[in-house]
Ligand binder design. Structure first.
Ligand SMILES: *[C@@H]1O[C@H](CO)[C@@H](O)[C@H](O)[C@H]1NC(C)=O
Ligand SMILES: *[C@@H]1O[C@H](CO)[C@@H](O)[C@H](O)[C@H]1NC(C)=O
Ligand SMILES: *[C@@H]1O[C@H](CO)[C@@H](O)[C@H](O)[C@H]1NC(C)=O
Ligand SMILES: *[C@@H]1O[C@H](CO)[C@@H](O)[C@H](O)[C@H]1NC(C)=O
Ligand SMILES: *[C@@H]1O[C@H](CO)[C@@H](O)[C@H](O)[C@H]1NC(C)=O
Ligand SMILES: *[C@@H]1O[C@H](CO)[C@@H](O)[C@H](O)[C@H]1NC(C)=O
Ligand SMILES: *[C@@H]1O[C@H](CO)[C@@H](O)[C@H](O)[C@H]1NC(C)=O
Length: 480
């Protein structure tokens, strides 16, 4: 069971008008403002910095607001502070500006993540007015592409780029800026404006020689931990168990555009739910939940006793499920296996009054970390990613995976060099299965850059109607 409060979700549950909006990246931070999160001290930053310098890898700490992962950054001269939502599922960095209708509003919705004022920066340069990003849920931002100085991290663990291109949301319906670190071909400048790709953050780090290769490692840590870390250009061998195993990224319509890998088997405890699969799944740190095929999700819900709410597209479980030891979800990707324990799948819900919602029988209700994908992309979001150590090697179009180690305070950072097989300690698997399902037909590079982002709730709901019928009629959830 989790002790972190989740006022954000609770309040939207109470309002219950637009759904939980879990996939709606745009609205997270505003609702996160009042949320109290337990913060864990960042483990031994001094040691990590020393290691970072020696190896030339760039590390930054992440805030875990339970639903979203943020990284601190500053932009411009003098520096303007922002908290950016780290997103492996998109490729543009963009920020809000105080003059937008959204940020000028009385709700102070942009206060948590911060804003950027171009005219207050002496190093700002205008690029063009074709910035326009939209998410599957209809939210988005549009305005200018510009360049300015960019610093990630703070103090002496920070790294500065003299010039980085990003978007400014002069019109915005998303209260936090997003730091998309995916493939540059997926930038909206490419997909929407038909222009060539620019260097986004990881690519610019390579161009500036800050890191050697366009690759980074993401360690989100335990659900109960308040911080994780991202390591650009490096791997920390203290933060995983076993061997890092390397898989090919799956192309979509002939292009490497997103972090799709092939899922071949899924088990619940000792029971195999599906095997011999060749299903493309998207690794997306910008997604809080995991979205899997409806039939598999139905079986999981039936077995763990989850109560599905079709209007929200999510399920609730007794919080005590977190303590069970036989309800792990075991994912296999040709060879590597990631074990996600029940304690990482049960997300706490606390209302602003500090009380927990209960089922009618009095059991405390928690949110379950897996939801039906419906007709949308299958997504391995944070309820999968926290249990895995993942190296995103864009230079070689490969993903390396290992079971994570939680709450590690030591570091053993090694630099990722150039060339193939450049990820230290990683072994390429033999006979990797190519995905034959779960790939969309339309290339995201020729369409909306966000077309493969987490599915619309609507998609989930449509498929979900059938799902509910067998076990759940009426939610039976009492909100306090
Ligand atoms: C930052 O630098 C100061 C002074 O050089 C040093 O005392 C401190 O330990 C450093 N902090 C970290 C996190 O490395
Ligand atoms: C980011 O900055 C905020 C505000 O200064 C601070 O509270 C938070 O701990 C910082 N997060 C990280 C990961 O350094
Ligand atoms: C920045 O300043 C210039 C010159 O004063 C002005 O034309 C422009 O509209 C300003 N831009 C913004 C975004 O306020
Ligand atoms: C951005 O794109 C959306 C969707 O295609 C469109 O409706 C909107 O008008 C565009 N905004 C601007 C400012 O071009
Ligand atoms: C990790 O640390 C957090 C916060 O201290 C704690 O709640 C959690 O149980 C720890 N996780 C493990 C797996 O030890
Ligand atoms: C776990 O064990 C309990 C008690 O034996 C049982 O009721 C439950 O169905 C099991 N769960 C799974 C996923 O096998
Ligand atoms: C998954 O992890 C749990 C907790 O560590 C353990 O009990 C279980 O045996 C593991 N399952 C597999 C298949 O490794």
């Amino acid at each position: 069971m989790k002790s972190t409060t989740w006022a954000l979700l609770a309040s939207s549950l109470i309002a219950s008008t637009n759904g939980l909006n879990l996939q709606k990246r745009s609205d997270g931070p505003a609702r996160v403002i009042s949320m109290s999160t337990e913060r864990r001290k960042i483990d031994n930053p001094a040691q990590r910095d020393r290691l970072r310098r020696r190896t030339g890898a760039v590390s930054a700490s992440l805030d875990n607001e339970e639903t979203l992962y943020f990284v601190n950054a500053t932009i411009g001269t003098p520096a303007q502070s922002l908290r950016l939502h780290l997103d492996t599922g998109s490729s543009d960095l963009w920020v809000n500006t105080p003059s937008s209708t959204l940020c000028k509003g009385t709700s102070q919705s942009c206060a948590f993540a911060g804003t950027y004022t171009a005219n207050s920066s002496s190093t700002y340069e205008y690029v063009g007015s074709w910035f326009n990003i939209s998410y599957v849920d209809g939210s988005g931002a549009s305005g200018d592409y510009v360049t300015d100085t960019f610093t990630i991290g703070t103090g002496n663990s920070s790294t500065t780029l003299d010039s980085l291109q990003f978007g400014i949301g002069y019109t915005s319906s998303s209260s936090q800026g997003i730091l998309g670190i995916g493939y540059t071909v997926n930038e909206v400048q490419v997909g929407r404006a038909g222009k060539s790709a620019y260097n986004n953050l990881p690519a610019q780090m390579v161009a500036d020689g800050v890191i050697q290769s366009n690759a980074y490692s993401l360690w989100l840590n335990d659900l109960d931990a308040s911080t994780g870390s991202i390591l650009f250009g490096g791997v920390d061998s203290d933060r995983y168990t076993g061997t890092l195993e390397t898989l090919p990224v799956q192309k979509q319509a002939g292009v490497y555009s997103e972090f799709l890998i092939t899922l071949t088997e899924i088990k619940l405890g000792d029971t195999t739910l599906a095997s011999d699969m060749a299903l493309a799944v998207l690794l997306d740190s910008g997604s809080s939940l995991t979205y899997l095929p409806d039939d598999i999700v139905q079986t999981i819900y039936d077995t763990v006793g989850a109560t599905y709410d079709s209007s929200e597209g999510v399920a609730y479980v007794p919080c005590s499920l977190a303590e069970t030891t036989n309800s792990s979800i075991i994912y296999t990707f040709s060879t590597p296996v990631i074990n996600v324990t029940a304690s990482e799948l049960v997300l706490d819900l606390v209302t602003s009054s500090g009380k927990r919602p209960t089922f009618r029988n009095g059991q405390t209700a928690c949110l379950f970390g897996i939801a039906p994908a419906g007709s949308g992309t299958n997504v391995l979001g944070d309820t999968f990613l926290r249990s895995a150590y993942v190296v995103y090697d864009l230079a070689n179009n490969e993903i390396s995976l290992a079971q994570t180690k939680f709450n590690v305070s030591t570091s053993n950072v090694q630099e990722i060099s150039t060339g193939t097989t450049s990820v230290p300690g990683a072994a390429t698997i033999a006979n990797a299965v190519a995905a034959t399902s779960g790939l969309t037909v339309i290339s995201s590079s020729s369409n909306d850059a966000e077309s493969a982002a987490p599915p619309l709730l609507v998609g989930g709901i449509a498929a979900a109607a059938a799902l509910v019928s067998s076990t759940v009629i009426g939610l039976g959830l009492i909100l306090v």
